[in-house]
Write a protein that binds this ligand. Structure first.
Ligand code: NAP
Length: 266
């Protein structure tokens, strides 16, 4: 059951970050706290969220509220939607929670594939839908949808994951056009290999991935927020990732998807 702790409202602008207990979401939380956002922190791990919220409150003097929820559970997702829809000070929603599955699709656990679509696609869509009416009415606000370089091409052995992220890019690009003139901004953030718990949770062997392609979560978040300032719709953090993305766009799709599969499962 989604659990909400009592917050101390400080009257500042507020951001809600999903997947705030680790990795890129944790880096968003730290950075936004430094920028004096009040925060609502969403993930499943209540202990991690509570410790994070307490640390952020102490170090930055902000209001930080842990909201533990499994976003693949429809009733828990509904609680987070209600929190978002009822928040008149929400300026930023970071739809970051996500995970990937790796292996031949024919052998992957169908329930896990379903959960992947529920988290990466369905939760992101519903939370965006919950946030937008208030943001549009207030003529201000932004939504960062965390996608991936995997969005740019189909990826064998990571098929569902890449497809969910292609959804995120397409969805976010379409909303960008719909929201023109409303004062509300959307961004699809497409990181490449980033040092988080993601690869371990997915069971991806990264021993062959050269160290220079890796980014830190802090660097990914810095690139995302700088791109938001510039009003960029698609943010590909890091020069190496930008080169990879340009090559993926230029090369024949049949070649790119085969190479993508070799990177995930050499
Ligand atoms: P991570 O370190 O594994 O963090 C994932 C976060 O999502 C955790 O806070 C986790 O917290 C939360 N989460 C997972 N399942 C959830 C659920 N059912 N309900 C609510 N929260 C859930 O991974 P990360 O790298 O930071 O990933 C963040 C985003 O970046 C994802 O969308 C991922 O696809 C994207 N991305 C990552 C990389 C990379 O190389 N790391 C590259 C491209 C894109 P709990 O376990 O506490 O719920």
């Amino acid at each position: 059951m989604a659990k909400r702790a009592v917050a101390r409202p400080s009257g500042a602008r507020r951001a809600l970050v999903t997947g705030a207990s680790a990795g890129i979401g944790l880096a968003f939380a730290e950075r936004l706290a430094r920028e004096h956002y009040d925060l609502i922190l969403v993930a499943r791990n209540a202990e991690r969220l509570a410790a994070l919220a307490q640390g952020l409150r102490q170090r930055h003097g902000i209001a930080a509220e842990p909201l533990s929820a499994d976003l693949t559970d429809s009733s828990e997702l509904r609680v987070v939607e209600q929190v978002i829809a009822g928040d008149q000070q929400l300026e930023l929603l970071v739809n970051n929670a996500g995970f990937g599955t790796v292996g031949p699709f024919v052998r992957l656990d169908p329930d896990r594939e379903e959960a992947e679509v529920k988290l990466n696609v369905l939760a992101l869509t519903r939370l965006t839908r919950a946030a937008l009416p208030g943001m549009v009415a207030r003529h201000r606000g932004a939504i960062i949808n965390v996608s991936s370089l995997a969005a740019l091409q189909p990826t064998p052995f990571n098929a569902t994951y890449a497809a969910t992220k292609a959804f995120v890019n397409s969805f976010t690009e379409a909303l960008h056009e719909e929201l023109r003139g409303t004062g509300v901004q959307v961004q699809a953030l497409c990181p490449g290999f980033t040092r988080t718990e993601f690869q371990e949770r997915a069971g991806i062997d990264t021993s062959h991935v050269p160290s220079f392609v890796w980014m830190t979560p802090d660097a990914v978040v810095a690139a995302s927020l700088a791109a938001l300032q510039r009003g960029s719709l698609i943010c590909i953090p890091g020069l190496g990732n930008q080169v990879l993305a340009a090559a993926a766009n230029a090369a024949p799709r049949s070649l790119v998807r085969r190479l993508a599969g070799m990177i995930i499962k050499p």
